[in-house]
Design a protein around this ligand. Structure first.
Ligand SMILES: [Zn+2]
Length: 269
């Protein structure tokens, strides 16, 4: 599933390709993937220029010269491709933006859980979805202020998009492993030193993932993800998974209903 690192990679790709282009028309295979009706969307996009590419968590927002904002949500399998010739149209191109310069941008989505539509503005969308600050932008002080008084497991709060946007299940496990914090520890019991480690780990994990363009196989050997896996539906039995530091078996618990991998040696209770 495209998480913050993938969406940031798409955003950068978009900036290098479709940004600045003017839309000639729009092609939509299945209108159920639109959150704005087709005619309204076509009208808003025709002749509009893509003037900015923003991201809040895994939500991708494109400024239009016509003052509206286009929102792409990548669902389970969303991706982007920029190309010119019809014969290069990727398989599963569900929505295609045709530009006046003859190039095209495809919203690729094999499983069709992705959504495309309009918002009034980035701020209006943020409020409507009640999204907290992007996980890459949150400061240590903000993090401590939002979590410090909460009597809830730190992992559950990290996953709450209203507190900070962009942390999914594998990222939360990786962040807590790197910060050496027990995932079910109550946030109001975290020390200042633990908050510092937590904030540094959020930045470290996300920046590393973005640098590697979300190619998980290339992540450092010290990352939990090689043992844990990133696809929660394909989790392997615990006994085969060992801590990258200690080579001792990982523990699995549920925190807030979510499967959680951790090392009891690195992350004592
Ligand atoms: Zn360990």
């Amino acid at each position: 599933m495209p998480e913050l690192p993938e969406v940031e990679t798409y955003r950068r790709y978009f900036e290098e390709t479709a940004l600045g282009q003017t839309v000639a028309h729009l092609e939509v295979e299945d209108q159920r993937q639109l959150t704005t009706d087709f005619d309204t969307l076509q009208q808003a996009l025709k002749g509009a220029q893509f003037t900015g590419a923003h991201r809040i968590g895994k939500h991708f927002l494109i400024n239009l010269s016509t003052s509206k904002t286009l929102v792409l949500h990548f669902g389970m399998t969303g991706d982007l491709a920029y190309y010119r010739d019809a014969e290069d149209t990727p398989r599963f191109a569900r929505i295609v933006f045709h530009f006046q310069n003859g190039f095209r941008l495809a919203f690729i989505d094999s499983r069709k859980f992705g959504r495309v539509g309009l918002a009034e503005s980035i701020e209006a969308y943020r409020q409507e979805k009640r999204l907290g600050p992007d996980a890459l932008d949150i400061s240590l002080l903000q993090l401590q202020a939002s979590l410090g008084k909460r009597k809830a497991p730190v992992k559950s709060l990290l996953l709450d998009q209203k507190i900070l946007a962009g942390i999914g299940n594998w990222i939360a496990d990786e962040v807590l492993f790197q910060a050496q914090i027990f995932p079910a520890k109550l946030a109001n019991q975290l020390s200042s030193a633990e908050f510092k480690r937590l904030h540094a780990a959020i930045l470290y994990v996300l920046k590393t993932a973005i640098e590697e363009e979300a190619n998980y196989g290339n992540f450092p050997k010290t990352f939990l993800i090689h043992a844990r896996g990133w696809d929660d539906s394909a989790l392997k039995p615990a006994e085969r998974q060992v801590c990258p530091q200690h080579r001792t078996p990982l523990n699995i618990i549920k925190v807030g209903g979510r499967t959680t991998y951790f090392c009891l040696v690195c992350q004592p209770q």
